[in-house]
Design a protein around this ligand. Structure first.
Ligand SMILES: Cc1cc2nc3c(=O)[nH]c(=O)nc-3n(C[C@H](O)[C@H](O)[C@H](O)COP(=O)(O)OP(=O)(O)OC[C@H]3O[C@@H](n4cnc5c(N)ncnc54)[C@H](O)[C@@H]3O)c2cc1C
Length: 292
Protein backbone atom coordinates (compact mmCIF):
# COMPACT_ATOMS: atom_id res chain seq x y z
CA UNK A 1 0.00 0.00 0.00
CA UNK A 2 1.00 3.59 -0.56
CA UNK A 3 2.31 5.13 2.68
CA UNK A 4 2.45 8.83 3.39
CA UNK A 5 4.10 11.34 5.75
CA UNK A 6 6.00 8.66 7.69
CA UNK A 7 8.54 11.27 8.81
CA UNK A 8 5.99 13.06 11.00
CA UNK A 9 6.15 11.67 14.55
CA UNK A 10 4.88 13.71 17.44
CA UNK A 11 6.89 13.76 20.66
CA UNK A 12 4.95 14.51 23.81
CA UNK A 13 7.08 17.12 25.59
CA UNK A 14 6.51 16.04 29.16
CA UNK A 15 6.79 12.35 29.99
CA UNK A 16 7.91 11.44 33.49
CA UNK A 17 11.68 11.04 33.35
CA UNK A 18 12.10 7.73 35.12
CA UNK A 19 12.98 4.16 34.06
CA UNK A 20 9.35 3.01 33.69
CA UNK A 21 8.41 1.98 30.10
CA UNK A 22 6.26 3.11 28.43
CA UNK A 23 6.98 6.46 30.03
CA UNK A 24 3.90 7.88 31.82
CA UNK A 25 2.73 11.24 30.50
CA UNK A 26 2.38 14.41 32.54
CA UNK A 27 -0.52 15.92 30.64
CA UNK A 28 -0.57 19.41 29.08
CA UNK A 29 -3.42 20.15 31.47
CA UNK A 30 -0.81 20.48 34.24
CA UNK A 31 0.91 23.21 32.23
CA UNK A 32 -2.56 24.61 31.52
CA UNK A 33 -2.98 25.07 35.27
CA UNK A 34 0.19 27.16 35.30
CA UNK A 35 3.00 24.65 35.94
CA UNK A 36 6.30 25.90 34.48
CA UNK A 37 9.25 24.14 32.87
CA UNK A 38 12.55 24.85 34.58
CA UNK A 39 16.14 23.69 34.21
CA UNK A 40 18.24 22.29 37.04
CA UNK A 41 18.94 25.85 38.28
CA UNK A 42 15.20 26.48 38.56
CA UNK A 43 15.23 28.90 35.58
CA UNK A 44 12.30 29.00 33.14
CA UNK A 45 13.76 28.51 29.66
CA UNK A 46 10.51 29.00 27.70
CA UNK A 47 9.42 32.27 29.29
CA UNK A 48 10.39 34.32 26.19
CA UNK A 49 8.97 31.87 23.63
CA UNK A 50 5.55 32.80 22.18
CA UNK A 51 3.05 30.61 24.02
CA UNK A 52 5.74 29.74 26.59
CA UNK A 53 5.02 26.33 28.21
CA UNK A 54 1.84 26.03 26.13
CA UNK A 55 3.51 26.53 22.74
CA UNK A 56 3.00 23.75 20.14
CA UNK A 57 4.27 20.33 21.21
CA UNK A 58 7.16 20.34 18.73
CA UNK A 59 8.36 23.73 20.01
CA UNK A 60 8.24 22.69 23.67
CA UNK A 61 9.75 19.25 22.95
CA UNK A 62 12.66 20.83 21.03
CA UNK A 63 13.33 23.34 23.80
CA UNK A 64 13.46 20.51 26.36
CA UNK A 65 15.66 18.41 24.06
CA UNK A 66 18.08 21.37 23.78
CA UNK A 67 18.33 21.54 27.57
CA UNK A 68 18.88 17.79 27.89
CA UNK A 69 21.44 17.89 25.07
CA UNK A 70 23.34 20.57 27.00
CA UNK A 71 23.54 18.21 29.97
CA UNK A 72 20.76 19.75 32.07
CA UNK A 73 17.75 18.03 33.56
CA UNK A 74 14.30 19.49 33.02
CA UNK A 75 11.49 19.70 35.56
CA UNK A 76 7.83 20.61 35.53
CA UNK A 77 7.22 22.74 38.59
CA UNK A 78 3.61 22.78 39.82
CA UNK A 79 4.36 23.80 43.39
CA UNK A 80 3.32 27.44 43.06
CA UNK A 81 0.25 27.04 40.87
CA UNK A 82 -1.21 23.90 42.43
CA UNK A 83 0.81 22.89 45.48
CA UNK A 84 -1.34 20.81 47.83
CA UNK A 85 -4.25 20.91 45.35
CA UNK A 86 -2.26 18.76 42.86
CA UNK A 87 -3.47 15.38 44.14
CA UNK A 88 -7.12 16.42 43.95
CA UNK A 89 -6.83 18.07 40.53
CA UNK A 90 -4.70 15.31 38.92
CA UNK A 91 -5.17 12.13 40.98
CA UNK A 92 -3.85 9.73 38.29
CA UNK A 93 -0.72 11.79 37.58
CA UNK A 94 -0.19 12.30 41.29
CA UNK A 95 -0.31 8.53 41.84
CA UNK A 96 2.15 7.84 39.00
CA UNK A 97 4.57 10.45 40.38
CA UNK A 98 4.28 9.09 43.90
CA UNK A 99 4.98 5.56 42.64
CA UNK A 100 8.21 7.02 41.27
CA UNK A 101 8.95 8.61 44.66
CA UNK A 102 8.07 12.18 43.63
CA UNK A 103 5.52 14.36 45.41
CA UNK A 104 4.41 17.03 42.87
CA UNK A 105 3.04 19.23 45.67
CA UNK A 106 6.46 19.47 47.26
CA UNK A 107 9.02 19.02 44.47
CA UNK A 108 9.36 19.61 40.71
CA UNK A 109 8.62 16.63 38.44
CA UNK A 110 11.54 15.46 36.22
CA UNK A 111 10.34 15.32 32.59
CA UNK A 112 11.63 14.55 29.11
CA UNK A 113 9.96 14.19 25.69
CA UNK A 114 8.67 10.78 24.56
CA UNK A 115 7.63 9.50 21.12
CA UNK A 116 3.86 9.74 21.19
CA UNK A 117 1.86 9.76 17.95
CA UNK A 118 2.47 8.98 14.28
CA UNK A 119 0.81 11.45 11.91
CA UNK A 120 1.95 9.36 8.92
CA UNK A 121 0.73 5.94 7.90
CA UNK A 122 -1.27 4.15 5.22
CA UNK A 123 -2.35 6.80 2.71
CA UNK A 124 -6.15 6.85 2.50
CA UNK A 125 -8.77 8.91 0.72
CA UNK A 126 -11.70 10.69 2.39
CA UNK A 127 -13.50 7.34 2.83
CA UNK A 128 -10.50 5.50 4.25
CA UNK A 129 -9.63 3.60 1.03
CA UNK A 130 -5.97 2.71 0.66
CA UNK A 131 -4.19 2.18 -2.68
CA UNK A 132 -4.80 -1.59 -2.32
CA UNK A 133 -8.20 -2.71 -3.51
CA UNK A 134 -10.26 -3.99 -0.58
CA UNK A 135 -8.02 -2.44 2.08
CA UNK A 136 -9.39 0.40 4.22
CA UNK A 137 -7.57 2.02 7.12
CA UNK A 138 -8.54 4.37 9.92
CA UNK A 139 -7.09 5.38 13.26
CA UNK A 140 -3.44 5.95 13.99
CA UNK A 141 -2.31 3.51 11.28
CA UNK A 142 -3.89 5.70 8.60
CA UNK A 143 -2.66 8.96 7.15
CA UNK A 144 -5.81 10.95 6.50
CA UNK A 145 -4.02 14.30 6.31
CA UNK A 146 -6.28 15.73 9.01
CA UNK A 147 -3.37 16.21 11.43
CA UNK A 148 -1.01 17.85 8.95
CA UNK A 149 2.60 17.83 10.17
CA UNK A 150 1.69 17.97 13.84
CA UNK A 151 -1.45 16.76 15.56
CA UNK A 152 -3.21 19.05 18.00
CA UNK A 153 -3.49 17.44 21.42
CA UNK A 154 -6.46 15.08 21.87
CA UNK A 155 -7.52 15.11 18.21
CA UNK A 156 -6.65 11.51 17.44
CA UNK A 157 -9.63 9.93 19.18
CA UNK A 158 -11.96 12.45 17.51
CA UNK A 159 -10.33 11.67 14.15
CA UNK A 160 -10.61 7.92 14.47
CA UNK A 161 -14.25 8.01 15.56
CA UNK A 162 -15.14 10.25 12.61
CA UNK A 163 -13.09 8.36 10.01
CA UNK A 164 -14.22 4.93 11.25
CA UNK A 165 -17.79 6.00 10.49
CA UNK A 166 -16.77 7.09 6.97
CA UNK A 167 -14.99 3.76 6.40
CA UNK A 168 -17.98 1.79 7.69
CA UNK A 169 -20.32 3.77 5.43
CA UNK A 170 -18.09 3.11 2.43
CA UNK A 171 -17.66 -0.62 3.12
CA UNK A 172 -21.41 -1.02 3.66
CA UNK A 173 -22.00 -0.11 0.02
CA UNK A 174 -19.32 -2.44 -1.35
CA UNK A 175 -19.71 -6.06 -2.44
CA UNK A 176 -17.11 -8.54 -1.22
CA UNK A 177 -16.28 -9.31 -4.87
CA UNK A 178 -13.15 -11.33 -5.49
CA UNK A 179 -11.79 -12.95 -2.36
CA UNK A 180 -8.21 -13.72 -1.51
CA UNK A 181 -7.54 -17.46 -1.40
CA UNK A 182 -7.22 -18.74 2.15
CA UNK A 183 -3.60 -18.68 3.23
CA UNK A 184 -2.10 -20.99 5.83
CA UNK A 185 -1.98 -19.15 9.16
CA UNK A 186 1.48 -17.76 9.84
CA UNK A 187 2.51 -17.16 13.40
CA UNK A 188 4.50 -13.94 13.37
CA UNK A 189 7.57 -13.62 15.54
CA UNK A 190 6.71 -11.28 18.40
CA UNK A 191 8.39 -8.03 17.33
CA UNK A 192 11.18 -6.84 19.60
CA UNK A 193 12.48 -3.33 18.86
CA UNK A 194 15.00 -3.23 21.74
CA UNK A 195 18.07 -3.81 19.55
CA UNK A 196 17.23 -0.93 17.18
CA UNK A 197 16.00 1.53 19.80
CA UNK A 198 19.33 3.38 20.06
CA UNK A 199 19.70 3.70 16.27
CA UNK A 200 16.18 5.12 16.01
CA UNK A 201 16.68 7.47 18.96
CA UNK A 202 19.89 8.83 17.45
CA UNK A 203 18.50 9.38 13.96
CA UNK A 204 14.74 9.82 14.20
CA UNK A 205 14.43 11.82 17.39
CA UNK A 206 13.26 15.39 17.85
CA UNK A 207 16.15 16.87 15.85
CA UNK A 208 17.27 15.02 12.71
CA UNK A 209 20.29 15.41 10.47
CA UNK A 210 21.15 13.94 7.06
CA UNK A 211 24.35 12.16 8.16
CA UNK A 212 22.70 10.47 11.12
CA UNK A 213 19.76 9.42 8.94
CA UNK A 214 22.09 7.91 6.32
CA UNK A 215 23.97 6.01 9.04
CA UNK A 216 20.66 4.70 10.35
CA UNK A 217 19.76 3.40 6.89
CA UNK A 218 23.04 1.43 6.84
CA UNK A 219 22.33 0.02 10.31
CA UNK A 220 18.66 -0.80 9.72
CA UNK A 221 18.73 -2.33 6.24
CA UNK A 222 20.48 -5.63 7.15
CA UNK A 223 18.20 -6.07 10.18
CA UNK A 224 15.06 -5.27 8.16
CA UNK A 225 15.83 -8.01 5.62
CA UNK A 226 16.76 -10.52 8.34
CA UNK A 227 14.47 -12.90 10.19
CA UNK A 228 14.99 -11.87 13.80
CA UNK A 229 12.33 -10.37 16.04
CA UNK A 230 13.80 -6.95 15.25
CA UNK A 231 13.09 -7.30 11.50
CA UNK A 232 9.58 -5.76 11.44
CA UNK A 233 10.45 -2.84 13.75
CA UNK A 234 13.60 -2.23 11.66
CA UNK A 235 11.50 -2.23 8.49
CA UNK A 236 9.15 0.41 9.90
CA UNK A 237 12.11 2.46 11.12
CA UNK A 238 13.77 2.15 7.71
CA UNK A 239 10.66 3.48 5.96
CA UNK A 240 10.50 6.39 8.40
CA UNK A 241 14.22 7.11 7.96
CA UNK A 242 13.96 7.24 4.17
CA UNK A 243 10.92 9.53 4.47
CA UNK A 244 12.81 11.78 6.91
CA UNK A 245 15.84 11.91 4.59
CA UNK A 246 13.70 12.87 1.63
CA UNK A 247 12.01 15.78 3.43
CA UNK A 248 14.72 18.42 3.21
CA UNK A 249 12.93 21.04 5.27
CA UNK A 250 11.63 21.50 8.81
CA UNK A 251 7.88 21.40 9.27
CA UNK A 252 5.79 20.62 12.34
CA UNK A 253 7.16 17.60 14.15
CA UNK A 254 9.87 16.96 11.52
CA UNK A 255 12.90 19.14 12.31
CA UNK A 256 16.12 18.87 10.27
CA UNK A 257 19.04 20.80 11.76
CA UNK A 258 20.64 20.76 8.29
CA UNK A 259 17.43 22.14 6.71
CA UNK A 260 15.90 24.38 9.41
CA UNK A 261 13.73 26.39 7.00
CA UNK A 262 10.25 25.54 5.78
CA UNK A 263 9.45 25.09 2.09
CA UNK A 264 6.85 27.61 0.86
CA UNK A 265 4.51 24.83 -0.24
CA UNK A 266 3.29 22.06 2.08
CA UNK A 267 3.43 18.75 0.23
CA UNK A 268 2.62 15.28 1.56
CA UNK A 269 5.31 12.66 1.13
CA UNK A 270 4.68 9.29 -0.43
CA UNK A 271 6.51 5.97 -0.19
CA UNK A 272 6.02 2.25 -0.72
CA UNK A 273 8.03 -0.61 0.70
CA UNK A 274 9.61 -1.24 -2.72
CA UNK A 275 10.63 2.39 -3.22
CA UNK A 276 12.04 2.57 0.32
CA UNK A 277 14.17 -0.54 -0.30
CA UNK A 278 15.41 0.86 -3.62
CA UNK A 279 16.42 4.11 -1.88
CA UNK A 280 18.06 2.29 1.03
CA UNK A 281 20.07 -0.02 -1.22
CA UNK A 282 21.28 2.81 -3.46
CA UNK A 283 22.17 4.98 -0.45
CA UNK A 284 24.22 2.15 1.02
CA UNK A 285 25.88 1.51 -2.32
CA UNK A 286 26.84 5.21 -2.61
CA UNK A 287 28.17 5.13 0.94
CA UNK A 288 30.36 2.09 0.28
CA UNK A 289 31.63 3.63 -3.00
CA UNK A 290 32.64 6.81 -1.17
CA UNK A 291 34.46 4.91 1.56
CA UNK A 292 36.96 3.42 -0.93
C1 LIG B 1 -0.22 7.69 26.69
C2 LIG B 1 -1.12 8.15 25.57
C3 LIG B 1 -2.10 9.10 25.82
C4 LIG B 1 -2.93 9.52 24.79
N1 LIG B 1 -3.89 10.45 25.05
C5 LIG B 1 -4.72 10.83 24.08
C6 LIG B 1 -5.77 11.77 24.35
O1 LIG B 1 -5.91 12.26 25.46
N2 LIG B 1 -6.59 12.11 23.33
C7 LIG B 1 -6.44 11.60 22.07
O2 LIG B 1 -7.21 11.95 21.18
N3 LIG B 1 -5.46 10.72 21.80
C8 LIG B 1 -4.61 10.31 22.76
N4 LIG B 1 -3.61 9.42 22.48
C9 LIG B 1 -3.52 8.85 21.13
C10 LIG B 1 -4.61 7.79 20.95
O3 LIG B 1 -4.77 7.05 22.13
C11 LIG B 1 -4.23 6.82 19.82
O4 LIG B 1 -3.93 7.55 18.66
C12 LIG B 1 -5.41 5.89 19.52
O5 LIG B 1 -5.70 5.09 20.66
C13 LIG B 1 -5.09 4.98 18.35
O6 LIG B 1 -6.17 4.08 18.21
P1 LIG B 1 -6.16 2.96 17.10
O7 LIG B 1 -7.40 2.15 17.30
O8 LIG B 1 -5.93 3.57 15.77
O9 LIG B 1 -4.85 2.11 17.40
P2 LIG B 1 -4.53 1.22 18.68
O10 LIG B 1 -5.26 1.72 19.88
O11 LIG B 1 -3.04 1.13 18.73
O12 LIG B 1 -5.18 -0.17 18.30
C14 LIG B 1 -4.57 -1.04 17.39
C15 LIG B 1 -4.93 -2.45 17.84
O13 LIG B 1 -4.45 -3.37 16.86
C16 LIG B 1 -3.87 -4.47 17.54
N5 LIG B 1 -2.90 -5.10 16.63
C17 LIG B 1 -1.67 -4.66 16.29
N6 LIG B 1 -1.09 -5.50 15.43
C18 LIG B 1 -1.97 -6.49 15.20
C19 LIG B 1 -1.94 -7.65 14.39
N7 LIG B 1 -0.89 -7.96 13.62
N8 LIG B 1 -3.03 -8.45 14.40
C20 LIG B 1 -4.12 -8.15 15.15
N9 LIG B 1 -4.19 -7.04 15.94
C21 LIG B 1 -3.13 -6.23 15.96
C22 LIG B 1 -3.23 -3.88 18.77
O14 LIG B 1 -3.04 -4.85 19.76
C23 LIG B 1 -4.27 -2.83 19.17
O15 LIG B 1 -5.25 -3.37 20.02
C24 LIG B 1 -2.77 8.99 23.50
C25 LIG B 1 -1.78 8.03 23.25
C26 LIG B 1 -0.96 7.62 24.27
C27 LIG B 1 0.10 6.59 23.98
Amino acid sequence: AELSDLEFVQFHPTALDNPRRPMPLISEAVRGEGAVLVDDHGDRFLADTPGAELAARDVVARAIADQLGAGHRVYLDARQCLGQRFAKRFPAIDAVCKQAGIDPAAEPIPVRPAAHYHMGGVAVDAEGRSSVSGLWACGEVARTGLHGANRLASNSLAELVATAAWVAGCIAGTSAGWQWPRMPAMVAVRPDPSSIRQVVSNALGIVRKGNALREAVADLLPIAVGDTAAADPALVALLMTIAALRREESRGSHYRSDFPGRNPKALPSSLTLCRAFESAVSLNWLRSERSY
